[in-house]
Ligand binder design. Sequence first.
Ligand code: UD1
Ligand code: UDP
Length: 354
Amino acid sequence: MKILSVIGARPQFIKCAPLSRELRRSHEEILVHTGQHYDPDMSDVFFKELGIPEPDHNLGIGSATQGEQTGRMLMGIEKLLISEEPDMVLVYGDTNSTIAGSLAASKLHIPVAHVEAGLRSFDRTMPEEINRVVTDHISDIMFCPTETAVRNLGSEGITEGVHNVGDVMMDALQYNIKIAEERSTILEDLGISDRDFMVATVHRASNTDSIENLSSIVKAFCSSDAHIVFPVHPRTKKYLVQYGLWDTLCENVQVISPVGYLDMLKLMSNSRKILTDSGGVQKEAYMLGVPCITMRDNTEWVETVDDGWNVLVGSDRNMIMDAIDGFEGAGETGNVFGSGDACERICTLLEDFT
Ligand code: UD1
Ligand code: UDP
């Protein structure tokens, strides 16, 4: 089968690495990079270190408003679909690249496969929630990472073509964790040691695009005694500078540029706690058994909270500080995200689909 995969943002490169490797054993893959993320440390680094094949097409869309970015992707992807004539389009997750890929394909009656289907935050103010809902409703085959995702689709009347295969991020983590432990020199480079630090990531629009929320997060970090390593997403850097918060970041907050996946895995697996608003990072914290403090009011990854390894604190300064001091993971983590064979299962199901 000729499969055209659409990727464009950091988490999609990480998800695509193990699946692309597996897909290419039995299918022809055309890889399309929309160019949504384009800085070397948001894109190139992942292709290089994870061995992702060079994209066949890069649309070079870059940054813009929601509508303009998605619209330009839609136009570019439609042209490629007409010239490449794939049998199926594969999309990942919930970004604007995801909705552009699925919408362009479904209008041309090309079957759509959605990896990481069925997730819901039930918060329609998130652009990602709109992207997920629309993509699931126009997809033909949905690869869910959890049982919760299967149930979410069921409650929207979507039951055909739905499969719980586990999470491809588990495959990515299992494949790379030993390599990261051996190869990454990030702890030495930053002068930090095992469990003496916490890692933080922030990029969710609800946190970055609000001066109140972003300054509350910065104040919480600065008021705590913890040493916090903070690889800053370009969106967040832009707003920290714009709001005049960049220079208020204190000494205990070690600000660094975004890091590659191997360095990120090494940082997370050796950290005492993780502070984040990222979807992927919440899951990885759980997979690694590191307590996670999520600076959001809701999460799609409810199992991590139910199992006692994740706590939702929003952007409230006091709640963040309390969790930095007091939140510890509880008991064993389960195998909520599967056992690392999601990519193999997806490929088997794709064979059956043909
Ligand atoms: C996007 C996804 C989000 C995902 C995140 C992963 C949407 C709606 N959002 O959010 O779901 O969690 O990627 O990281 O698709 N920028 C750069 N260089 C880059 C990329 C971005 O400077 O290489 C800056 C630009 O100022 C840009 C801003 O970051 O306007 C936001 O980028 P964008 O891709 O629109 O959204 P993200 O916040 O990255
Ligand atoms: N990540 C990374 N370097 C960083 C921050 C995150 O490699 O500096 C990885 C992280 O380990 C996870 C993925 O990026 O695998 C999550 O992407 P992001 O937080 O950008 O998006 P989300 O998952 O929220 O959509």
